[in-house]
Design a protein around this ligand. Structure first.
Ligand SMILES: C[S@@+](CC[C@H](N)C(=O)[O-])C[C@H]1O[C@@H](n2cnc3c(N)ncnc32)[C@H](O)[C@@H]1O
Length: 216
């Protein structure tokens, strides 16, 4: 049987109501490789903030068998898009929970403790209060040793990490002056202030980073 997650571009041709972001198909394997390195090997729960199209949720659950994934978005339309992908993978029902409404910028978020909070491509496509709320909200939902994992493009040492990111930043700020690439060091400062230790940031394809913070 064809797994609808194998080739999402082909799946959206068969099911045109699905939302699809091609970048998720490119970044999912490198992200999963880091998650499998840092997450517990025992059964664990990951809360995803800003799940977007909802494609990462079932794919990560499929490829990280110890993980129960809890997707979230900010609007009912966003939740519906995530549900559409969930419905295609009924075998994952018990490990991909129905999505919940969470605005990162408005912590504390409802719900119980989780082992990790993960987000991809949120910090630069939302005003800075979303990043501040992400860190405060994650700190409240994680116990000792809990992980906050933030994927996306970041500046380092006051510079872009690649020419593509420079052009991307200009475009983001043109679309919304409150958006734009964040300084990795500024995000780390917030994390330290909320009781996280900073682990080695992982260098990812296309000049992205996966920031790894652990709750003390
Ligand atoms: C570029 S998309 C990334 C989606 C997905 N994580 C991915 O990597 O494909 C940015 C997402 O952030 C969400 N978002 C924007 N502001 C947010 C906030 N304050 N709290 C939670 N999500 C937010 C948007 O709804 C959108 O789905």
């Amino acid at each position: 049987m064809i797994d609808p997650l194998d080739d999402p571009a082909a799946t959206v041709v068969r099911f045109p109501h699905l939302k699809h972001a091609p970048a998720t198909a490119r970044n999912r394997a490198p992200i999963a490789a880091v998650l499998s390195e840092v997450l517990p090997t025992a059964p664990c729960t990951v809360l995803e903030i800003a799940s977007g199209t909802g494609e990462h949720a079932p794919w990560m659950a499929r490829n990280l068998p110890q993980v129960t994934w809890r997707p979230s978005e900010t609007t009912l339309a966003g939740l519906a898009a995530i549900e559409d992908w969930r419905e295609l993978c009924p075998d994952l029902d018990d490990r991909v929970h129905p999505p919940v409404l969470i605005d990162a910028a408005r912590p504390p978020w409802p719900g119980e403790k989780v082992d990790a909070v993960y987000t991809a491509n949120l910090t630069h496509i939302a005003p800075w209060p979303a990043t501040k709320g992400l860190i405060a909200g994650a700190a409240a939902r994680l116990g000792q040793d809990g992980l906050l994992l933030i994927y996306g493009p970041f500046n380092e040492g006051g510079s872009y990490t690649g020419a593509g990111n420079a052009a991307f930043d200009v475009d983001l700020r043109r679309r919304n002056p409150d958006w734009g690439l964040r300084d990795r060091e500024a995000v780390e400062e917030l994390a330290l202030a909320h009781g996280f230790t900073i682990e080695r940031p992982r260098t990812m394809p296309a000049d992205n980073r996966l920031l790894v913070y652990r709750r003390m």
